[in-house]
Design a protein around this ligand. Structure first.
Ligand SMILES: C[S@@+](CC[C@H](N)C(=O)[O-])C[C@H]1O[C@@H](n2cnc3c(N)ncnc32)[C@H](O)[C@@H]1O
Length: 185
């Protein structure tokens, strides 16, 4: 059975098989993870929900910080949830983990049931952002915390690039059908 698209991307394709690129990307991602978790001010025994957990970058880091507490891995990708569950089993931490197949906009969790919500690079893919934030607020306990990292593409790349360029790469070979002069990809 084939993996779903998110699983294919995160587990197989995103570094393009290039170890140098993988190392550089992970150095960056670990810094982001550490910042998200440090801003969450986690303490022993708390419950953290990581929305759009992917392959567990934030959620596995959180497990160390909540010590005896619990981490809920949630994602819309069943394959990624299988993957993270297998890792948690190998690590011997399954009893402190829960795996939830759910979109950010509709979390099957009780009101006021988690201490912290984290999410990294997920809301950018969610159309109903307001609904997602309302869900985060609903599931958080009073005085709960939200710690997020989201890329804002228009801050990072020029708003206009020639049609054959994407993120600084010349994409002419894979851009055959694009009409000329239509702005960024
Ligand atoms: C760029 S990855 C980030 C993964 C992880 N948060 C990390 O920091 O490495 C985006 C993740 O968001 C998930 N995702 C996409 N749309 C979602 C939605 N509506 N609700 C929850 N997760 C979603 C994808 O399945 C994928 O795992």
């Amino acid at each position: 059975m084939g993996q779903d698209l998110w699983s294919q991307w995160l587990l197989n394709r995103r570094f393009g098989g290039d170890p140098k690129r993988m190392r550089a990307a992970l150095d960056y991602l670990y810094r982001v993870r550490d910042r998200v978790l440090s801003n969450a001010n986690l303490t022993d025994g708390e419950t953290l929900l990581d929305v759009g957990c992917g392959d567990g970058l934030i959620a596995f880091g959180a497990l160390e910080k909540v010590k005896t507490g619990r981490v809920i891995f949630s994602d819309i990708s069943q394959d990624l949830l299988h993957h993270t569950r297998a890792i948690a089993r190998e690590m011997g931490v399954l009893d402190r983990c829960r795996f939830l197949l759910a979109p950010a906009e509709n979390l099957p969790l009780q009101d006021a049931s988690v201490d912290v919500v984290t999410t990294r690079s997920v809301l950018i893919y969610v159309s109903a952002k307001q609904q997602a934030f309302e869900e985060f607020y609903r599931v958080l306990k009073p005085k709960g915390r939200l710690s997020i990292f989201e890329p804002i593409n228009r801050f990072a790349y020029p708003t206009y690039a020639p049609p054959h360029m994407f993120w600084g790469y010349d994409v002419t070979p894979v851009n055959g059908n694009r009409p000329e002069g239509k702005g960024t990809l």
